[in-house]
Structures are given as C-alpha cells and as structure tokens.
Design a binder for this molecule. Sequence first.
Ligand code: DWN
Ligand code: ZN
Length: 422
Amino acid sequence: MIRREFVDGYYELDRCRVCESAGLIKFLDLGQMPLANSYVSSVDAAKECVRYPLAINYCKNCSMSQLSLVVDPSIMFKKYFYRSSISRTFVKHCAELAKNSLQRFNFSASDLVVDIASNDGACLREFQRTGVNVLGVDPAENLAKMAIESGVHTIAKFWNEETAKEVRNEYGGAKMITAMNVFAHVGDLGSFLKGIDILLQDDGIFLIECPYMVNFIKNTEFDTAYHEHLSYFLLKPIMVLMRKHELEVFDAGLLDIHGGTIRIYVQRKGNGSNQIRHDVIEKLLDAENDMGLCDVNTYLKYSDKVHKIRDTMINTIQELKAKGKVIAAYGASAKGNILSNYCGFGRDDIEYIVDDTPEKQGLLAPGHHIPIVSSKVLEECHPDYLILLAWNFSKELMEKTAGFRGRGGKYIIPIPEVKIVS
Ligand code: DWN
Ligand code: ZN
C-alpha cells in the first residue's frame, strides 16, 4: 500500500489506491472546498477556514474512483460533529441490521461485535439489544465519550493494525466487525484490512456499508464528494482489494440509506463458513458494467450533469429572492456544505440552516458561514422555502416540518434533480 507523509496537512497520490495503476483520469473538479464538517463558532474563527482542491479521479485499470489529495485524518476526525443517532431512519436501519445478523450468523452471548468508526454508538446499541458483546472504535474523543455514557464501551483511536492488536489482546477475536460509512474514508486501505485480519475470528464476518458509485453517477450525488470520502466504490474494485488481502466477498446487497449504499459481506478467503452468493455478486458486477461504470467515457460526461444542477439551483434561488421570498435550509450536512459552497450560496441566499444536532446549533457552516439553528426557529420566523440539504432524509425532514408545510411552505430538493415540492 502506498504511504506518504503529510505536508501542510495533506499529501497527493499519483497512483490508484486500490491497484496502484498510474492510469488516473480526473472527471469531477469541485474546486477549492472547505472540509465539509469544519463548523466554526464565529466569523473570526472562520477566517482560518482552510480550503483544499476537491477532485475525483477514475482508475482506468480497476474502475475505482477516488480523491488523490488526502487530508490528514487527525484534522478531520479527532473532533467530529456528525452524530449517527440524530436520524431515526439510520437508527432503524441499524436495528434491522442487528436483528438480521443475529438470525443469519447465529450469534451467541459470548460473541463480540466491533464497529469501526462507531460514532456515538448508534449502531452498536442496536447490536447490544441482541445480547452480544460490543466494542466501538472511533478516533473522535467527543463521540467516544457520548457512546461510553450511553453504555457502549468505545476506544477513541483510529483503526489500524496496532489498534487491532490491542483489541485482540484485550477482548479476543471478533465474530463480526462492521464498518458503517467509514471504508470510503480510509487513507491506508492495506493497514485497515490487515487490522481486520488480526481481529476477526477464523469464521468471522467483516461487514462494510458505504456509498455506492452507481447512485453517485445515476443520481448525480456530487455533493457526497468531500475530503472525508477518499474512495467512491463499485463492487468491482472492492473485489480486487479483498483478493489482495486474502479475503473474499460472499454476499452483497443494495440499500437506500444515505442516498444509496452497498452492503458487502466479507470472510477469510476459502474459509467456507458462509456460502458465496455468486449469483448476487455477478448480477451486481454485470449491472456496473452495463451502466458503463467500467468505461471512462461515462465519467467524462458527468460534470455536465453537475453543472446543470448547480446552475438550476442558482437560478431558482435568485428568482425566489427577486420575489422577496425568505429561504432557509434543513440539514447542516457535509453534503449540504459542499452543495451550497459549490453554488456560491451565502447568508444573502440562505438565511439559516436548521439542524437537530445540538453540537452544530449556534455554529456557522463551513465556507459560507451560514448560521445553524434549532428547529424552534422555524416556528418563530416562517421561511417561504426550505432547501433540504440532507435530501437523503427528505421523508423524515418533511414529516418533522408539517407545521411549515401547513403554512404553505415549500421544499427545494436539489438531488437527483432540482425540484420544488409542497
Ligand atoms: O459518511 C458520512 C455520512 C454517513 O454522514 C460522513 N462522512 C458524514 C455524514 O455526511 P452528511 O453530514 O452529509 O450526512 P447526513 O446524515 O446526510 O447529515 C444529515 C444532517 O441532517 C445531520 O447534520 C443531521 C441533520 N438532521 C436533522 O437535523 N434532523 C437529519 C435528520 C434525519 C433530522 O431529522
Ligand atoms: Zn485502480
């Protein structure tokens, strides 16, 4: 695996992070962007807002899409504002995963489930309910504290071989290791997977959930590109990666959560504990190929779709502002920060962003420094429009804002194409 030293908080790769080929083609360039979760407390603090180039490259050899500029993870993840448990939709998703895993893999009370990047313990609490032992690993000290206070023991460290050895020595092997929305964030995939090999029991299951490149392309989900997301996976490069590390994919599935997620089940190569679902795997690989996602030309047309959404958003906001309309937003999400910065929106366009994450309220969103407020503000000052920046939770957000809708308020949903709904 390629290793580099960070200089001024980042380094650049000139090779593919999966197959190490030099055949990388840039297909999306969002320019200089702030770190998508770098919320600040005041405009003065905002003056230190560091921007880095944000561009995605496609590997012609293994069809892996990726950032080549890697920002130092300790800048992004040691203190983390995103909390998994804020979304009822996500917590329900984890409860279903825990229940299905218990049934499918026949967990016993002595089994250990470890969640890497366990955030505030949202997912492990659901596994805990099934009676298994759980352990969280997450570098964000603020989140680890919340998880521990909620009864989910958590180690505040990055996942790598060293952390894996420490966990194995103290807790023994893991029956299941989950990586929910972290695998795409990993700089050194080799060290990450060596850690899995160290901790996983012989018949253990490694489960990955990550954003799926099919949805990114099909639904123009360009706003899910941010410096945290180094990898934009298809199943094809994941198969290449697992083979390199004596692991094998034995099942996979597609989920709606987070704008389209692929769930991948992995075991030790030749382990045989779980029958390989060749039919499922081949069908997904064929669909990736049939969609043209193994052909660089598909990617070279992508920017046009992105520019269309950007230009439509800008025109829509300008027209509404010209009519004297008051526009706010809901969901101070990482994706929302990318979309609004890419459109060049500021406080003159979006008065404030509502968010239910207590730690985000009172802060300013990265880049454009639009204030983040609690939903109480919606009852006090009645905006005419709400941009759902967390469009992946549109249903949940619209259910929460029935009062706004009842007063004639309308929603602007930017992805997969800009639409206004009431
Ligand atoms: O991979 C990642 C995904 C899983 O989460 C991380 N790298 C960062 C983060 O991305 P995001 O911030 O775009 O994720 P969400 O889940 O789309 O963000 C939703 C935002 O909306 C959060 O700030 C919470 C907020 N929210 C809310 O205020 N009330 C969400 C719901 C559902 C709500 O009811
Ligand atoms: Zn490659």
